[in-house]
Write a protein that binds this ligand. Structure first.
Ligand SMILES: Nc1ncnc2c1ncn2[C@@H]1O[C@H](COP(=O)(O)OP(=O)(O)OP(=O)(O)O)[C@@H](O)[C@H]1O
Ligand SMILES: [Mg+2]
Length: 158
């Protein structure tokens, strides 16, 4: 497990870049946290570090955003906030996305039954205006390898 406090959106993005640089097809990153916790901000960093050519946007009306990278690679960004039933979750076909690229999921708790066993679970907690607690847990061997390579920021005083 890795736990630290991010003191700014920039710090969250920067840490996300380190994570994004490690990702490859089949990797599933779950981002759990309340409204405004910083999930999409983290995805911006992940996408930049992964090498996305497209800008990250909140998939508020679209369920999935697909970003392109080098050699037509793809990064999938799923926001399940509007999913209402397990049947809808089943229809997502995460497996098909995961064979094509890494997958980042906002509101993963809403599609828990269809999440792959192997995943990185990142919980973001809003502490105040600018501080977010970030806790990372890995399930499975590959996610544990990713976790082991992630930087653990130690801001002064923490
Ligand atoms: N340390 C921090 N890390 C991330 N975001 C921060 C931080 N401090 C302040 N913020 C601000 O908090 C907001 C986070 O919004 P963001 O859209 O990333 O949240 P979200 O978790 O995706 O919300 P939603 O559930 O609505 O999609 C942004 O306005 C961002 O600038
Ligand atoms: Mg969001």
């Amino acid at each position: 497990m890795l736990s630290f406090i991010s003191h700014s959106p920039e710090q969250t993005r920067q840490w996300g870049q380190s994570l994004g640089a490690l990702l490859r097809p089949g990797d599933c990153i779950c981002l759990q946290g309340d409204l405004g916790a910083g999930k999409t901000t983290l995805v911006q960093g992940i996408a930049a570090g992964w090498g996305a050519h497209d800008e990250v946007s909140s998939p508020t009306f679209v369920l999935v955003n697909v970003y392109r990278g080098e050699n037509n690679q793809r990064l999938f960004h799923l926001d399940t906030y509007r999913i209402e039933s397990p049947a809808e979750a089943e229809e997502l076909d995460l497996d098909s996305m995961l064979t094509q690229g890494p997958l980042v999921v906002e509101w993963p708790e809403r599609i828990q039954p269809v999440l792959p066993f192997e995943h990185l679970w990142i919980a973001l907690t809003l502490l105040d205006d600018t501080r977010r607690q970030i806790v990372v847990e890995a399930t499975g061997r590959r996610p544990q390898q990713i976790l082991a390579q992630l930087p653990s920021p130690h801001a002064p005083g923490h």
